[in-house]
Ligand binder design. Structure first.
Ligand code: NAD
Ligand code: TYD
Length: 339
């Protein structure tokens, strides 16, 4: 596996950044990072890797067939993180989610097959494709029906089904990972945990949707990345692996943890209108990944949150550049071209 050539898509986003950092540190792979630098992509996240001969950044879209075709000729394996990923945005406008998550994934699969890549093709997906659980339901299993409830989760479910079809019809060696809610360094401040940390640091209100009792399973991003790496190296083609943190918490419990770690009062919490179609509960049965991939989430929530809060406190200019829009000029400053 040494020196293997991996095409990573969406590597300038939250999880892709953490994954590429893990790969560069723990493996000798050559990594090409294909990223469109949408609002969620931040080239500065990987600035320190720019001169590393094992790393290359290519700006482009996964649905650009000509570009993807040429990159696949040089790739052995693929890890697909590229996506539109925020539920609230998908409620406002679903179209970009269909373009990237659905069309883009199909382009990647077609080009992978035509180039005769050895593989595997790891498709990074989400627990949200399963829909919502009630309090007493058992956690999601890999063979559950898909019942997505938001345009985001519907587009991810569609991409999962296209991956399945590529495996069944053409034996494209696809491995799907479905993970629960991630938190940790480099997460874009539109998502619950970074938004609440930053609002706390700025003394602003913390907007909690509905009654705050929706439950998510939380996993530290580095544990997720290790799971994806295990899937890449040990996964069974055609398999689906649930990844999760075994850590179900209500949104209020999450927000109260942040307030406690930052020593802020609970009256910063502000209950706001609920999200339409808001899934009530997610929970993951991860026994297949534990058994077949010998993988386990290692970071408990308290430790992961201490690290995360510290990261946002130590990297204030990172999120200030995002809030001000300054992060968008990094590409032009370094490549001399507009985004
Ligand atoms: P993100 O929004 O932080 O990053 C997405 C990245 O993809 C950005 O760098 C963006 O520029 C890039 N991108 C978007 N459209 C593109 C296109 N058409 N072509 C090329 N690049 C494009 O997302 P994330 O939170 O890092 O999530 C990564 C993947 O993991 C997604 O597929 C998501 O569905 C999945 N996932 C996320 C979570 C989570 O909690 N964040 C949980 C489970 C699964
Ligand atoms: P989010 O981070 O958007 O992830 P997802 O919707 O993919 O699970 O939201 C996590 C939970 O937090 C979800 O139940 C919605 C809730 N939430 C709030 O209560 N307030 C907020 O401002 C945001 C962004 C999310």
């Amino acid at each position: 596996m040494n020196n293997k050539k991996i095409l990573v898509t969406g590597g300038c986003g939250f999880i892709g950044t953490n994954f590429i950092r893990l790969l560069m540190k723990e493996r000798d792979y050559h990594v090409t990072n294909l990223d469109a630098l949408t609002y969620a992509g931040n080239l500065e996240n990987l600035a320190d890797l720019e001169k590393n001969p094992r790393y290359r950044f290519v700006k482009g879209r996964i649905e650009d067939e000509g570009l993807v075709e040429s990159l696949m000729k040089e790739a052995e394996a693929v890890v697909n993180f590229a996506a539109e990923s925020h539920v609230d945005r998908s409620i406002k406008s679903a179209r970009p989610f269909i373009t990237t998550n659905v069309m883009g994934t199909q382009v990647l699969l077609d080009c992978f097959r035509k180039a005769g890549c050895h593989g595997p093709f790891v498709h990074v997906s989400t627990d949200e494709v399963y829909g919502s659980l009630q309090k007493e339901d058992p956690p999601f299993r890999e063979n559950n029906h898909l019942r997505p409830n938001s345009p985001y989760s519907a587009s991810k479910a569609s991409s999962d089904l296209l991956c399945r079809a590529a495996w069944k019809t053409f034996q494209v060696p696809v491995i799907i990972t479905r993970c629960s809610n991630n938190y940790g360094p480099y997460q874009f401040p539109e998502k619950l945990i970074p938004l609440m940390i930053i609002n706390c640091l700025q003394g602003r209100k913390l907007p909690v949707y509905g009654d705050g009792l929706n439950i998510r399973d939380w996993i530290f991003v580095k544990d997720h990345c290790k799971g994806v790496l295990c899937a890449l190296e040990k996964g069974r083609p055609g398999a689906i692996y649930n990844l999760g943190g075994n850590c179900e918490l209500t949104n209020l419990q999450v927000v109260e943890t942040i307030l406690r770690l930052l020593g802020k009062p609970k009256d910063l919490i502000e209950f706001v209108n609920d999200r339409p179609g808001h899934d009530r509960r997610y929970a993951m049965d991860i026994r297949l990944a534990q058994r077949e991939l010998d993988w386990n989430p290692e970071t408990d929530f308290e430790t992961g949150m201490e690290k995360t809060v510290k990261w946002y406190m130590d990297n204030q200019s990172w999120w200030e550049n995002i809030l001000s829009g300054q992060y968008r000029s990094y590409y032009k400053d370094h490549y001399g071209r507009d985004l």
